[in-house]
Design a protein around this ligand. Structure first.
Ligand SMILES: Cc1cc2nc3c(=O)[nH]c(=O)nc-3n(C[C@H](O)[C@H](O)[C@H](O)COP(=O)(O)O)c2cc1C
Length: 216
């Protein structure tokens, strides 16, 4: 769907999800993430960039597991994550809009939990490529976890934490020859509605990940 149509439908509150492809499993146990290898950090930084040219080819479950671990997985015995958060509040949830449904990443058990049994990709942004790329991530702050952070600083701190996750995804993509782009041009209310978020949760950013069309 092109951007203009999305904007018009969005303004009318008529931008609808597509039916999920296949049966949306209520939970998906991911394979253990492969946490070694990849490009050396400086090489990954040297090729990090935004891309808006995606093929619809799906990402394998192994790649998805690796990607999510890099994004905000648990990397220490005490439950610490690959991305920082103020006072270790770990307030950002990573949601996934996949063709088979929308899921929340549960880093503690390396599982995806179903939140909507429909294809929400087109709702995650106004740009046309989000509809067909295999994965749109959505970063959501849960302010109930930030009670130790002064109220006036919660939103900016959560945005910083989401930005750190986004950069982890950029570096993972650079290391694995994937395309990605972080996106703030999104309809936060529509995404919140589609994901069934509460008033304590706020959609911050979305990020598309996939293979570039020219690679397939
Ligand atoms: C906070 C933020 C919001 C952004 N929002 C969008 C967006 O909505 N759509 C998009 O295509 N790119 C978006 N971008 C990506 C920038 O356009 C991109 O990072 C910039 O052009 C520099 O290109 P590079 O990432 O390849 O270095 C955003 C980047 C940031 C940091």
């Amino acid at each position: 769907m092109n951007t203009l149509t999305k904007l018009v439908l969005g303004m009318m509150g008529q931008l609808r999800a597509k039916p999920a492809k296949g049966n949306a499993a209520t939970s998906i146990l991911l394979p253990p993430p492969e946490i070694h290898g990849g490009l050396p950090l400086m090489d990954a930084l040297a090729v990090r960039h935004s891309s808006r040219d995606f093929s619809p080819n799906p990402l394998s479950m192994q790649l998805l597991s690796n990607l999510l671990w890099a994004a905000d997985g648990i990397n220490r015995k005490d439950g610490g994550r690959t991305a920082p958060s103020a006072l270790n509040a770990q307030e950002i949830d990573v949601f996934l809009a996949l063709p088979s449904g929308a899921y929340r990443y549960d880093a503690a058990v390396n599982e995806l939990h179903l939140v909507a049994a429909s294809d929400l990709r087109r709702i995650t942004g106004y740009q046309d490529f989000v509809d067909e790329a295999p994965l749109d991530l959505v970063y959501v702050a849960d302010y109930t976890r930030m009670h130790l952070v002064p109220v006036g600083q919660r939103e900016s701190y959560a945005a910083v934490a989401a930005g750190a996750i986004a950069q982890n995804v950029y570096l993972f993509a650079a290391s694995n020859g994937l395309a990605t782009v972080i996106r703030a041009w999104i309809d936060r209310a529509a995404i919140a509605d589609a994901l069934g978020l509460t008033h304590d949760q706020q959609v911050l950013l979305s990020q598309t990940v996939g293979y570039t069309r020219t690679m397939t």
